[in-house]
Write a protein of this length. Sequence first.
Length: 462
Amino acid sequence: MDGADYPASRATLSAHVTCSAAVIDRERRVLHIGHKVTGLLLAPGGHVEDDRTLLAAALREVREETGIPPGDLCLTPQFLGTPIDIDVHAINANPAKGEDAHQHFDFRFAFYLVPEQHPRLSLKDEEVAGARWLEFADVRSPSLRAKLLDAEDRGLDGQPEPVNASALIHDGHGRYLLHLRDHREGIWAPGAFALLGGGRTSQDTNLKATVRRELAEEAPGLEPTDLMPFAVEEATSVDGLAVPIQVYAGRWSGDPDTVDLREGVLLKWFTVDMLDRLRLSPGLGELIRRHAAEHPAPTGPPDGARPLPGDAPTGTEFHIVGVHLHLQDEHGRILLGLRHPDSTFAPSTWHFLAGHCEREAAIACLVREAKEEAGLTIKPEDVELVHTVHLVDSPNAQPRIGLVFQARSWAGNPEVLEPDRCVEWRWWKPQDLPAEVVPYTRRAIDGILDGRRYSEMGWGER
């Protein structure tokens, strides 16, 4: 890697990178081909050519040697786009090609076969002599076999499933938030309107965590509520792979111009009747129309609901409302949760049990969040508002109102029920709070101890 020559070039000696593929069917078997030169059964693979990535090189070799197109393959949730194995093996000298003895560093990628029935193979006659599907325990490479067997215990079962997720964001009144992507080669759906989202990483505990992370990375401040699975859509990656996408529908009604967009060109609201005028990513128009048909927009805002952004008085700034639970035990200790280190908000920091208000009353939201996050049962009549924090994180961020409620009684002991958000609950003495506390949480606790009902942050301190 430190040399001047390209490590994936066949001309780079005394070693270079090659790529191969472990193609896994639904019966947990791996495709092997007979290699005419060596007489061995091997996974499809070979030298890197003019390929975009090493993974693309593995896909090309599969197609050339077996006839299986990339669209019949998808990534596995256990390995995603990273190699399952890197094997180092010696290659004998080949005087006919002017090659001395050298080593191959073979990057092996795992793919699931998408069709339920095996596609008809079209073998490369000059290199390949037959093909066989072998059980994990019979895979010829010892290192690949060991890693496949280990991953089998972690769910490597040959059954394709989504490893990408996106957010279908609507305002509940017939508008859908679309993202105009950069018009550049090498990205998915360049120059088209699409949904925000992306691929799962090894740090994401589930696909809902993938959506939250992607939104935080691409559009900080955009935090839809009611995120629920809506549909699984099929797409194709830039390398031609099949990409099942789990689409989550969620509600948001803010001004997209206030979002700090980090990727793409713009965010904008559109109604269904405008879709035919736009260049959309494949299948998006049908997806939105299906959601609109299943969730018809009301003719006007529901009683008590806030008006649509376009109907609000000039200068109105919409706020995110969050509820927070200030819970004290018989010793006066306060309950705080340690946020997950990969959390998009305040990672590895202590915070109230909290959540964003959906279309619900604040106390109802608090009762729901306490049950969902920690298994605590709280009666609405046992709750009172003890502090309000009005804050803004930056000049362009959407303002927030944090309502802090205290429960006089509750049932249950705190449990970690959403480990992708909170990894621990702990009771703290107010005078011994940890250093890593969310700043506005500490501000609220100080205010409650001082008997103050209100504080501000980010507007000019009071």
